[in-house]
Structure formats: C-alpha cells, structure tokens
Design a protein around this ligand. Structure first.
Ligand code: HEM
Length: 128
C-alpha cells in the first residue's frame, strides 16, 4: 500500500518515533535535549509531511530553525543525521510501497542533507 492520506502519515510517524525515541544514537534529543511531548509534536510533524508529500499548505513554521536551535543545545554530528535517515527509510519500507513512499524517502534524505549543512556546517548549501 502507498502513503495516500493523513492517516497513513500518522501511522508512519508513530512507527518512526517508536524506533527513534529509544534509539541509542538519536533518542536523547527527544528525551533529554528536550523533553518532547509526542502528543503535541505528532500533529505538527504530520502537517509537515502532508505539506511535503501532498502539497497541502499546512506546515507554516521553520523546521530548519528548530533544528539549528537543537544543534546549539547539543551539537549534531553526521552520525545523528545518518541514523535519523536510516530509521526513517526503514520505517517507510516496512509499511508502504509506491510513488509517495519513494518520494517520502527522497525528501527525507534531501531535507536531512540541507539540515546537516545548515547546522553542522552553519551555512547555506546554495551559498550566500
Ligand atoms: C539528527 C536528526 C534529527 C533529530 C535528532 C531530530 C530531532 C527533533 C526534535 C527533538 C524535535 C522537537 C523540537 C522541539 O519541539 O523543540 C524535532 C522537530 C521536528 N523535526 Fe526533527 N530531528 C532530526 C532530523 C529531522 C529531519 C531530517 C526532518 C525532516 C525531514 C525533521 C523534521 C522535523 C519537524 C518538521 C519538526 C517539527 C518542527 C516544528 O516544531 O515546527 N527532523 N526534531
């Protein structure tokens, strides 16, 4: 089954955080760097992915800035982004297949790459 609607995104995100929160490489960001309230966070992240996958203009904040702030609290390294992408890709593959599933994996990687450059390297990938 492909990712077709908000319910599917919710299912994907619940499965992702079930892996990410106890993860030895990135879990502490959700539990110690901040104390994330998953019930509040989920609707925001689901909006984000509805915007990314279906072009529905729901997410209006700045996800990069949120992660720049996290980076200031506890420095991001390559390994954190690698692990985040690995967990995200494997969760998509376990639950969905099709065009949107492929798009989700591609977008996750490209956004993670931009985020990595703007946090770890502190600059814009297109150069200013
Ligand atoms: C090193 C990898 C990552 C870690 C450890 C991480 C961790 C976190 C944490 C702890 C928050 C909550 C921040 C807060 O509420 O103050 C958050 C928010 C969020 N993350 Fe990540 N993240 C990572 C990568 C990514 C990537 C690659 C994406 C997108 C493809 C992403 C999308 C989001 C979004 C949309 C939010 C909500 C931002 C908002 O509140 O407006 N994250 N992340």
């Amino acid at each position: 089954m492909d990712i077709e609607n908000r319910n599917h995104i919710e299912q994907l995100m619940l499965a992702f955080y079930t892996k990410a929160i106890p993860d030895p490489v990135i879990g502490h960001y959700f539990t110690h760097v901040i104390n994330m309230d998953l019930e509040k966070h989920l609707p925001v992240i689901i909006d984000f992915w509805e915007t990314v996958l279906f072009g529905i203009a729901k997410y209006k904040s700045n996800a990069i800035a949120v992660h720049q702030h996290l980076h200031e609290k506890s420095t991001f390294e390559e390994k954190h982004f690698e692990q985040w992408v690995k967990l995200f890709q494997s969760t998509v593959d376990e639950l969905f297949q099709g065009e949107k599933a492929e798009l989700a994996k591609q977008r996750a990687l490209s956004i993670a790459t931009v985020m990595k450059i703007k946090t770890i390297h502190g600059e814009s990938p297109i150069g200013h």
